[in-house]
Design a protein. Structure first.
Length: 194
């Protein structure tokens, strides 16, 4: 086995431990999510066990990171991003940031036609920022309902129950950035029309 290959394998354990600590997960929680024994995970993290492909795939899925990140694959020089869209109740969600923790960015595309579903507001940890790129977005925040038009922005604490839907018969598209609880967006510069 080459020294370079050995160095790549040796670095995986500490990287996996770092991912687990960033997500505040115990070895038992990761073992339950991956179906791997705690002892195997512990030996991997401490460098006493070399990972196989199946183990790496399970860990990448559990931590929601690309396999390349677990093995610290070299950059290919290709700057293109290939996000995998998610279809949730007809809404297409495209992840724009690949690293869990910290700020998470998403592009949402709502199909044409007002959302006839009864709003089902949900709450969770974090802070949310929205920017409507095209169309009109129906937003329910607690007991308030508002319509955001193209170019409008909203931000709120996600402990407040919230829900989004299309406000009219055209598709709607918006950017969504989620931050950790207590982390608000800070505007450093403001644009003023002349």
């Amino acid at each position: 086995m080459s020294d370079e290959f050995e160095a790549v394998l040796s670095a995986i354990g500490p990287r996996v431990r770092e991912l687990r600590h960033r997500r505040n997960l115990s070895l038992a929680e990761v073992a339950a999510a991956t179906g791997m024994p705690i002892s195997t995970l512990s030996r991997l993290e401490s460098g006493l066990r070399k990972p196989g492909l199946e183990m790496l795939l399970r860990l990448a899925k559990t931590y929601q990171v690309p396999l390349d990140e677990l093995v610290d694959a070299p950059q290919t020089g290709d700057p293109r991003v290939y996000p995998r869209p998610i279809n949730r109740n007809g809404m297409i969600i495209v992840p724009l940031s690949g690293r869990p923790g910290g700020l998470q960015a998403f592009r949402h595309i709502l199909p044409a036609g007002p959302n006839d579903l009864e709003p089902d507001p949900r709450s969770h940890e974090g802070y949310h920022w929205l920017c409507v790129l095209d169309g009109r977005l129906r937003v329910v925040l607690g007991d308030k309902e508002l319509i955001l038009n193209t170019g409008e922005v909203a931000e709120f604490d996600t402990h407040l129950p919230h829900w989004f839907g299309n406000a009219d018969d055209r598709p709607a598209e918006f950017l969504s950035i989620l931050g950790p609880q207590g982390e608000r967006f800070r505007i450093k510069a403001r644009w003023r029309p002349t």
